[in-house]
Design a protein around this ligand. Structure first.
Ligand code: SAH
Length: 213
């Protein structure tokens, strides 16, 4: 597991690309500059790690495109020590971005193989989420609620109610909603019952899975 000057150079270029595409949050950009994304991918893809593209990981899943990771993270408006729930741990790359930004992260993955792989991998890079959970993102994680932010990294056919109810007042849910393609959607909890909804552009995610496997 090596991180070389060449990798760092490629990351600086990637960060410049993200700035050109409109990402502004300095902490997000810093996190991406620091994280060796190539180590989150199978070795045959190393050369592609710093292109702004999604890539296959295990179990028919993908590591999200860096722009998408940056865009979603920016929408969370993270403060240090924010308590964040992530749905769809996948490779753990988004988890690492949140941890670099000093969030306390709980992350749920529905596929056992990926869950196990990422659970053993993240600590090797020094990343320590509060908990990685093999479970179902549709129900969230009630026992640790409420959260400052919830980020869903798979395409949601609808907005799961438990995720809205597990937000703090003032908390933010960032979720791509749709079937074929998804509209990036932000919900801000204004009170016990009121949510403000904002919609951003179209994105494409692998779908949220209903069955455990
Ligand atoms: N954040 C990840 C993105 C992985 S793709 C990364 O940067 O690598 C989406 C992930 O969501 C996949 O790993 C998929 O298995 C997982 N997923 C799909 N449905 C889910 C569900 N209902 N609950 C939790 N995770 C789910």
């Amino acid at each position: 597991m090596k991180d070389t000057l060449r990798h760092q150079g490629l990351r600086n270029r990637l960060v410049n690309t993200l700035i050109k595409k409109g990402i502004q949050d300095k902490n997000v950009l810093e996190a991406i500059k620091r994280i060796p994304r190539h180590l989150f991918m199978d070795s045959s893809f190393v050369d592609f790690a710093y292109q702004d593209k999604a890539f296959p990981i295990a179990a028919d899943q993908t590591i999200s495109q860096p722009y998408t990771v940056a865009f979603q993270t920016e929408l969370l408006l993270l403060k240090p020590n924010a308590k964040i729930l992530e749905i769809g741990t996948g490779s753990g790359y988004q988890t690492a971005v949140l941890l670099e930004m000093k969030a306390k992260v709980f992350s749920i993955e529905r596929q056992k193989e990926l869950f196990k792989k990422t659970k053993s991998f993240l600590p090797k890079l020094g990343y320590k989420p509060k908990a990685l959970i093999f479970g179902d993102g549709y129900i969230g994680l009630e026992e640790q609620a409420p959260y400052d932010g919830i980020i869903v990294t798979a395409g949601a056919p609808f907005v799961p109610k438990p995720l809205l109810s597990q937000l703090k007042i003032g908390g933010r849910l960032v979720i791509p909603v749709g079937d074929e393609s998804q509209i990036m959607t932000l919900f801000i909890r204004k009170s016990e019952k009121e949510f403000e909804k904002h919609e951003f552009g179209d994105f494409r995610f692998v779908p949220m899975l209903k069955e455990k496997n």
